[in-house]
Design a protein around this ligand. Structure first.
Ligand code: GDP
Ligand code: MG
Length: 345
């Protein structure tokens, strides 16, 4: 899964990215320092992994991961080539979701597009640039197919999208239309999570409540990530922080995309995987290896909570609690799955 981080310059994108990846991407007080996106792979925190590891004496544990792309700040006119323009936008066409960082901290040392804090205005500037970039793509396509009698339906669909985007609205699409538009990788249609980057201890501004939004203090998060694990844990206890902003961000991204986690266990190797909710065990097999999907025979399944309750895999097997499932069985959050398959080549 890939997630693109967008937002105006100097809103804290790279700071948050660094905190997420514990990386050291360049953080600057001036716009346009990032030409190539910073790309970081982040492990999805999951307490269940430690418990499972102990229970089944796993020797190797691989958490699920999310890839984050941090692109440079968009400015007004980016879609028309201002700043580094459209080149940035091209970098995030392929992501599955967008995290849109909004500046909610005031700091006179850090330049902003205007002296005042106006989160809604900022959001609208960025979203307009995304929409304009999309409109350009659609325009090109319309030009190409406008005389093709076989493309009438597509043309009609595109016209509807143009009409909404031009009004600054999102088009209302059904499943089929969404599918038909997939190939365009339209930025405006990507599921988006807004992140209010606030000063320490500050609330999310009320005007942002209409968005799907979480509040984070990027600076604090990145400073905490610099601490050794032990000190960080201690700080959390002292400050009564139950969940780090970063963990919340990852959890919310999961929800936004309708993702669940399943586990595999093979020869003492424990691994967590992400899957779209509602998919079946055969599709889960495909996440692991295409051979497993093609040659799928059956799956042995037990849910995490049942395994923890029973205490061991062998006991679960004895009690008949390892279910044998065919391809159509839906995967549930926390299922531990062993795929039986034959090689088709
Ligand atoms: N006061 C304050 N400064 C921040 C915060 N987050 C980022 N900054 C500062 O803002 C500047 C720009 O941050 P950066 O992450 O590079 O912004 P980007 O352009 O969106 O990638 C840096 O000097 C950061 O230290 C915050 O929550 N509070
Ligand atoms: Mg940056």
């Amino acid at each position: 899964m890939q997630i693109g981080i967008v937002g105006l310059p100097n809103v804290g994108k790279t700071t948050l990215f660094n905190a997420l990846t514990r990386g050291h991407a360049k953080v600057e007080r001036y716009p346009f320092t990032t030409i190539e996106p910073n790309i970081g792979v982040v492990e999805v925190p999951d307490e269940r992994l430690a418990k499972l590891k102990e229970l089944i004496e796993a020797e190797e544990v691989t958490p699920a991961t999310i890839k984050f792309l941090d692109i440079a700040g968009l400015v007004e006119g980016a879609s028309k080539g201002e700043g580094l323009g459209n080149r940035f936008l091209a970098k995030i066409r392929e992501v599955e979701a967008i995290v849109h960082i909004v500046r909610c901290f005031s700091d006179s040392n850090v330049a902003h597009i205007a002296p005042d804090l106006a989160p809604t205005r900022d959001i609208e500037i960025v979203n307009l640039e995304l929409a304009l970039a999309d409109l350009e793509i659609i325009e090109k396509r319309r030009e190409k197919i406008k005389k093709d009698p076989e493309a009438r339906e597509e043309l009609k669909l595109l016209e509807g999208v143009v009409e909404s985007l031009s009004k600054g609205e999102l088009p209302e699409l059904n499943e089929k239309e969404r599918e038909a538009l997939k190939g365009y990788h339209l930025l405006s249609l990507k599921p988006t999570l807004y992140v209010a980057n606030s000063g320490e201890g500050e609330e999310i501004p009320k005007e942002l409540k209409k968005y799907r939004v979480i509040g984070i203090c990027a600076k604090l998060e990145s400073e905490l990530q610099e601490l050794p694990e032990k000190e960080r844990a201690q700080f959390r206890v002292e400050m009564g922080i139950e969940e780090m902003g970063l963990e919340r961000l990852i959890r919310e991204s999961y929800r936004l995309l309708g993702l669940i986690t399943f586990f595999t266990l093979e020869r003492k190797k424990l691994r967590a995987w992400t899957l779209k909710e509602g998919r079946n065990v055969r599709e889960a097999a495909g996440r692991i290896h295409s051979d497993m999907e093609k040659g799928f025979i059956k799956a042995e399944v037990i849910n995490y909570s049942d395994l923890i309750r029973i205490g061991s895999l062998s006991q679960a097997r004895e009690k008949g609690l390892l279910r044998i499932e065919g391809r159509d069985c839906k995967v549930r959050e926390g299922d531990i799955i062993t795929i039986k398959f034959h090689l088709t080549r």
